[in-house]
Design a protein around this ligand. Structure first.
Ligand SMILES: [Zn+2]
Length: 374
């Protein structure tokens, strides 16, 4: 039985007990970690332009603690500028700086968390995975990748060391690395899917990051042989990485959900989306953890809605499922209606959990609170 785990931002936040930054607290966290400024009043000179741009386009101050600056909206604005302007080197530079802030915040936040926490929800997920299960995630961080052996497996490729390769062989990250990333181009095993295609059943499980990852680098030179391929890197250098084919500086591949249509322009992301659709439509059980069905996320909702009709079991894990007042616990009807508009919950066996740990312990919301909420 194949299970697909679909993870939204809430999964990484849950994994760190709420410490990981959300989509509108990246700047606040950057300030707290001294990434953005050294004093409370002034941003570092290299982020001056970006700070001014945020002020102009979003009417917000990047150093103000109370300001919620939605990073996806900002990324979308910069992308629109790039589309609209003839001389786009200025906005290219803004984009690179914003990406750097996002990466540094995510790297520092996950390091701070991992150093004092051995056991976490992502470890629980990794322990419960079967070989054929697939993970589809919208998150850019590498906390789950690391639990699935990211560093060991990448290191093995460069150092021909076989420790990680044996320990993590055929797990979801391994299959991503050897079948989907640029590593796959070096093998002869990917010439064609066995025919006939209509009978194609995927017995492998994959790790599919739909919006890219802070450790994925790609060559943006369309004339280069390596164009569009993804190179996962285990370390983050300040100098960056350069394409071994054409020597262009490699870029980090992270895409905000609002720009999902851009995914078609990145061949590997396109492939990841097609494979995700295939995996969701062929699984018996779909677990949706920490995904909030945001109104602007049309592509993801379309992907789920279109492919989830043959699922037998559906599991939703999200603390936003309920509202907990001191007197009462009740269903969060706005969130529930969002789910209902995307998934055929009346026709399938659906269960609801507040946290991932509850799911592992078979403690659904009705059971947990001793009343029928769903
Ligand atoms: Zn290149």
């Amino acid at each position: 039985m194949k299970t697909v785990y679909l993870l939204g931002a809430g999964a990484s936040i849950g994994n760190t007990h709420g410490k990981f930054p959300g989509i509108d607290t990246i700047f606040r966290t950057a300030k707290d970690l001294n990434i953005l400024s050294e004093t409370t009043k002034k941003v570092l000179p290299q982020f001056d332009d970006l700070s001014k741009y945020v002020k102009t386009i979003m009417k917000k101050n990047v150093l103000m603690k109370s300001e919620k600056i939605n990073i996806e909206t900002l990324m979308t604005y910069i992308d629109l500028e790039l589309e609209a302007s003839n001389d786009n080197s200025y906005y290219y530079d803004l984009k690179a700086k914003l990406n750097k802030i996002i990466r540094d915040v995510i790297i520092k936040s996950s390091e701070a968390y991992l150093s004092d926490n051995e056991y976490c929800e992502y470890k629980m997920l990794s322990d419960t995975l079967s070989k054929e299960d697939t993970i589809v995630t919208y998150n850019w961080d590498t906390m789950l990748d690391d639990i699935l052996g990211r560093k060991y497996l990448i290191n093995d490729i460069f150092n021909h060391d076989s420790y990680g390769k044996e320990k993590f062989r055929d797990n979801q990250y391994y299959n991503f690395l050897y079948d989907i990333s640029a590593i796959a181009l070096m093998t002869r095993g990917h010439i064609s899917i066995d025919l006939p295609y209509r009978d194609y059943v995927n017995k492998k499980g994959y790790f599919l990051k739909q919006h890219g990852s802070i450790d994925w680098y790609y060559c943006s030179n369309k004339d280069c042989r390596a164009y569009g391929a993804i190179f996962p890197m285990d370390e983050h250098t300040t100098e960056g990485y350069f394409c071994s084919e054409c020597h262009t500086k490699l870029e980090v591949l992270i895409v905000p959900p609002i720009l999902n249509k851009r995914i078609r322009t990145f061949p590997t992301l396109n492939r990841i989306w097609n494979l995700s659709a295939q995996e969701i439509s062929n699984c018996q059980r779909l677990v949706i953890w920490g995904y909030s069905f945001p109104p602007t996320d049309f592509y993801s909702k379309w992907l789920i809605s279109k492919n989830s009709n043959s699922i037998k079991d559906l599991i939703i894990i999200n603390p936003n499922l309920i509202r907990n007042t001191k007197k009462n616990i009740f269903r969060n009807s706005i969130f529930f209606n969002n789910i209902k508009s995307v998934l055929p919950i009346v026709n399938i066996n659906t269960s609801y959990y507040e946290y991932f740990e509850d799911f592992i312990n078979h403690n659904d919301i009705n059971h947990k609170y001793g009343q029928v909420i769903f």
